[in-house]
Design a protein around this ligand. Sequence first.
Ligand code: EPU
Length: 438
Amino acid sequence: MTDVLTVHGGTPLKGDIVVRGAKNLVSKAMVATLLGESASRLRAVPEIADVRIVSSLLELHGVQVGAGDEHDELTFDPTNVEKAHVADIDAHAGSSRIPILLCGPLLHRLGEAFIPDLGGCRIGDRPIDYHLEVLRQFGATVEKRPEGLRLTAAQRLHGTKLTLPYPSVGSTEQVLLTAVRAKGLTELRNAAIEPEILDLIAVLQKMGAIISVDIDRVIRIEGVDTLQGFTHRAMPDRIEAASWACAALATHGEIYVQGARQPDMMTFLNVFRKIGGAFEVDDDGIRFSRGGEGQRSVVLETDVHPGFMTDWQQPLVVALTQTSGLSIVHETVYENRLGFTKALVDMGAHIQLFRECLGGLPCRFGQRNFLHSAVVSGPTTLRGADIEVPDLRGGFSYLIAALAAQGTSTVRGVDLIYRGYEKFLDKLDGVGARYERG
Ligand code: EPU
């Protein structure tokens, strides 16, 4: 399959699409299957590259992954979990950050784990220092080797009291996946409480874990000796849903996103309305379109839940180039998630980046030389261009920009988008996008 799309812009996208399970829950629930004594069933699994990567990582460790009874169901049998060969795991290095989350479960099952160099999107430094500190506090030993990190646990990991320096999603998941089978109590302060994390907690509870989410970002876990498999339907992908919403707004179209859920998207919906978007919620999904015109500006900061998700920021910025007003976007989760705007400026967008924390409270990146605030002025006519996909969300956002632009664009590196957007070409066909492969 070719990695390049020739996109003809200027046609409003209209039609229905379906979103299935959230990438950022499904991949973690798949890791949780390692903790069970019996097989698990996960439903609403999307056909995305990240699911294939995590499936092969699990298979390397002896988990049998198979098709379930429903068309989008996978089964995972972890009865023969075993050590994987370093070279095999390494073959997956660079393609995902999920291997770090295998550590806790593998330490429980095998007493050791190996982590290759980690990949993921190029949206900042993306260190793993919190993860390693968490694992050390549970009693693991971390050894740096030329080919990666080797973790060992001479005896059963033990519960601990932890406070994260920042409510990191992955580090909170690390704590959950490790604490559920550690000996004794774990108390986590400053935890992330994203809906995907609460859905992971639901999965773990089905397996037999005892976890309470208390006020003020405190999560308490009572370790248990054994866990069983689970049957679970993954929550829908609210990042994909918002991406299609922004595509509808930017192209003056109307897209019904079946599976989108209002409670998971309230913060997005408020901003969407403020910038001139319209939406109608029904029992099965949300219809997104453009509302009345007029000056619509917004000042927003990306933040941990319940704030505005960083993953919504990139498609939203493209939508802002097509709506009236002067808006400020302050990215406070990743230091380098506005770099994708350069190509939009080359296409004709009016976007200026600043090192200062604009709009609200100072964040971790202020005074540190990161261009992490943007002023976007719209509407501007975008011109077709030759653009290269920079990262997953930036890549889908470039597709939106190309579809909103006048003329033809060449979008290179589109394969990356398959990491998190299921069958996006079929969905583009379904909403009337005009493009060719190659
Ligand atoms: N951080 C550290 N040290 C660590 C871990 C995180 O400094 O050890 C910092 C990060 O550099 C970042 C902040 O903490 O500045 C937040 O990172 P977090 O750990 O929350 O991110 P993550 O778990 O690596 C997940 C999603 C991302 C999403 C973020 C924030 C997955 C697989 N990835 O990443 O999703 O942006 O949470 O919500 O769940 C995407 O789907 O495109 C994507 C990038």
